[in-house]
Design a protein around this ligand. Structure first.
Ligand code: F7E
Length: 324
């Protein structure tokens, strides 16, 4: 169905791809953005300001917007940073989700309308994974304040579904990247630096643990899974992943090879970039989403590395031109 959608975190990587997908399908799209939050947002969406640490205007906004679907993507989403800001992360990422769920429950009661709710759950909840690959039934073992907050939000979503019959679904998304990925996440940090090194704009790249392995997909593919979850006949939880795992080192290999460079000449290891507890390896099994939602990823690891590198090479060329 199409109708009115509300996307929290609309200025983030996933928010922008999702807004574009929903607009293409004919939705009216409203977004929540943090006060002072920048980002790439199209002028075809209506932006509202809210703070998930406060939440006091969420009810009023829901009355104004009257959404059919709410996609909750907003979070303090940086794992390393969550170790420095654990309480803030728990408040925004964990309690923020509860504030929104409770506001939606009350809105449904007031208006007599039904809202479909999507929660951006994360593969980080598997953390020190007890089995491989991880599925919807794999037990969680979170390894960061961020992951603990996401586990809390996951269970609140399940509880609103069970306690109040709300249409509330968890997408358990494994890492997903794109040219719009924030510059402090490892893939984008690497593609930006490699492109700048290629053009002589930068000499070194400092990184942490190169042995970590992730199941990396393309964000554009993953927002389609979010939409499919809310069109399904019933609310449920789904793992979204490629089923392939690669190390940070392999990502470096791909990106620098594309540019005819050897990363060993440029990468320096910085102990400060290691995490107090690391998630060593993740690999997801999205068989349920494939079967039930008809979803499948289209962009593989090599293609992802290539498209991000090409994008950042263009950015670096523009930077070099501007510098004269
Ligand atoms: O790190 C290692 C780091 O920060 C990936 C978020 O979207 O995906 C993301 O979480 C790996 C880690 O993503 C650097 O130790 C090495 O093992 O790109 P990342 P993440 O922590 O996996 C999940 C699904 C989410 O839900 C999160 O919100 O790369 N690594 N050197 C580094 N990581 C960073 N950031 N910077 C480095 O220099």
């Amino acid at each position: 169905m199409t109708g009115t959608a509300l996307v929290t975190g609309i200025t983030g990587q996933d928010g922008t791809y999702l807004a574009e997908l929903l607009l293409d399908k004919g939705y009216r799209v409203h977004g929540l953005a943090p006060v002072g939050g920048g980002g790439h947002v199209t002028d075809r969406t209506t932006l509202h300001y809210a703070d998930l640490g406060d939440g006091s205007n969420l009810g009023t906004l829901l009355d104004q917007i009257a959404p059919d679907e709410v996609y909750h993507l907003a979070a303090q989403s940086h794992v390393r940073l969550s170790f420095d800001l654990p309480v803030y992360t728990a408040d925004i990422t964990g309690l923020g989700t509860l504030r929104l769920l409770e506001a939606i429950r009350l809105y449904q009661e007031r208006s007599g309308r039904r809202v479909r709710f999507y929660q951006a759950s994360s593969s980080e909840m598997f953390g020190k994974a007890v089995e491989t690959p991880q599925t919807e039934t794999t037990r969680f073992h979170p390894r960061s304040p961020y992951a603990c907050a996401k586990v809390f939000a996951y269970w609140q979503t399940v509880n609103y579904r069970e306690a109040y019959g709300m249409f509330a679904s968890n997408g358990i998304l494994f890492n997903h990247e794109s040219p719009r990925r924030g510059e402090s996440f490892v893939t984008r940090k690497i593609t930006l630096a490699a492109a700048r090194i290629k053009l002589g704009l930068q000499e070194k790249l400092r990184l942490g643990n190169l042995d970590a392995r992730r199941d990396w997909g393309f964000a554009g593919d993953y927002v389609d899974a979010m939409w499919r979850m809310l069109q399904h006949s019933e609310a449920d939880d789904f793992v979204i992943a490629t089923g392939q795992t690669h190390s940070v080192r392999e990502f470096l290999d791909e990106v620098f090879a594309t540019l005819d460079l050897d990363w060993h000449d440029y990468v320096e290891i910085d102990e400060a970039l290691f995490r107090p507890a690391e998630v060593d390896v993740l690999r997801g099994d999205s068989a349920k989403a494939r079967r039930v939602l008809g979803w499948e990823p289209r962009v593989d690891f090599r293609e992802l590395a290539r498209l991000m590198t090409e994008h950042d090479l263009k950015l670096a060329r523009a930077e070099a031109m501007a510098a004269g």
